[in-house]
Design a protein around this ligand. Structure first.
Ligand code: HEM
Length: 175
């Protein structure tokens, strides 16, 4: 007998995730990056936050370098994948992320309207990963429609400070 595929219709967002509904979407845009140990750079990013009706969101981000004079993509940069969860009946969120550069992280955060600030609760890194010990992230809806996000990290012996900031548009939005 053939296995039965689950229904392909779009499920309702799980009620636990109501406080994060604003984050769900396919987001694309650009940002800038810097750190004391590297040259500053511009990047493009696609962030896909999706759900299947279960009490978690899937998070997949990929990015690429942009030529500062032409704006054209040049080379692939960071990729990260993970899951968002909400502590039921609260504004507290949890985020799990894995990076191919050798890190796994557990983040905890707090939702405030259409924004969230998170800090790392745990950072694990492989023997070959560069030194990185802590991070801070903020995601939020900017001017009603765009998704802005900023990332700070403590890495390479440096104090917690900005590495990235970006502004993304929801797929399908003009402009
Ligand atoms: C959109 C996401 C990101 C982009 C576009 C990005 C881009 C970059 C670039 C261009 C560099 C310079 C070295 C190189 O060219 O590869 C770099 C270095 C670095 N990034 Fe990121 N990054 C991102 C996210 C992250 C995240 C999430 C982490 C930590 C989990 C991270 C940790 C580092 C570290 C530790 C370095 C090395 C600094 C050094 O060698 O001194 N980056 N990043």
């Amino acid at each position: 007998m053939e296995p039965t595929e689950p229904s392909q219709s779009t499920p309702e967002l799980h009620p636990d995730l109501g406080q994060l509904a604003w984050l769900v979407g396919t987001w694309r845009g650009a940002g800038v990056g810097d750190y004391p140990t590297i040259e500053s750079f511009q990047f493009g990013q696609e962030l896909v936050i999706s759900h299947i009706g279960k009490p978690w969101l899937s998070h997949v981000s990929r990015s690429w370098a942009l030529d500062p004079s032409t704006g054209e993509p040049t080379r692939p940069l960071a990729v990260e994948t993970g899951f968002w969860r909400m502590v039921p009946d609260s504004l507290d969120a949890e985020l799990l992320l894995a990076h191919p550069t050798g890190y796994v992280e557990i983040w905890t955060g707090h939702v405030f309207e259409k924004s969230i600030e998170l800090i790392t609760d745990l950072v694990g890194r492989t023997a070959t990963a560069k030194e990185m010990t802590a991070g801070k992230r903020m995601y939020g809806i900017v001017e009603g429609v765009d998704l802005g996000w900023v990332y700070e990290m403590s890495a390479m012996g440096q104090a917690l400070q900005p590495h990235l900031s970006a502004r993304l548009k929801r797929d399908g939005d003009a402009g």
